[in-house]
Design a binder for this molecule. Structure first.
Ligand code: HEC
Length: 143
């Protein structure tokens, strides 16, 4: 007997959903939530003095965390670890103060801060891995 077309499609769709659910399922999202939670508290400790708790920056002194500057992940990773001193323009304001280095932050901690920032301001939902942080750090150039 021929299986009705409609039925075959729905089975396929179900199978597809099944694969989706179990390939990036709850374990991954729990880990993502942990990174975001850790990253949030690290951000409050190491970054919020200047960028403020909500990331909106402080007047003409410190820039808001900006999607434009988040585009280049490797660069942001290097800035967090090594600091930066160059001219930065966010929301039409130019900032020239140095951002200090964070030599004591571990790769995992940087990955957590990155994941928190990109989930919050970069609208991403994936973990930024320790491996990708390590790779970026190996290639930092002095700025
Ligand atoms: C002492 C103040 C200070 C602290 C602490 C600080 N920053 Fe910054 N940050 C700055 C300044 C100033 C700039 C602009 C740098 C420049 O002009 O060279 C900047 C720039 C940035 C930028 C790029 C521009 C933007 O606003 O999007 C990002 C991203 C960033 N900081 C993230 C962080 C993160 C993450 C931390 C914590 C690990 C941190 N900063 C800690 C002062 C600070």
């Amino acid at each position: 007997m021929m299986v009705p077309v409609f039925f075959r499609f729905s089975v396929l769709r179900f199978a597809f959903l099944f694969v989706l659910l179990f390939s990036c399922g709850s374990e991954e999202s729990t880990k993502h939530a942990q990174y975001v939670a850790e990253g949030y508290s690290l951000f409050q400790t190491h970054c919020a003095n200047c960028h403020q708790r909500d990331g909106k920056g402080l007047g003409n002194l410190y820039p808001a965390i900006s999607v434009d500057y988040l585009k280049d992940k490797a660069k942001v990773i290097c800035w967090i670890k090594n600091g930066v001193n160059q001219s930065v323009t966010v929301n039409g304001k130019t900032f020239n103060r140095p951002m200090p280095a964070n030599p004591s932050l571990k790769e995992l901690e940087i990955a957590e801060i990155m994941t928190y920032m990109y989930t919050t301001w970069g609208k991403e939902s994936k973990i930024i891995t320790t491996e990708s942080v390590q790779k970026a750090l190996e290639q930092c150039v002095s700025n």
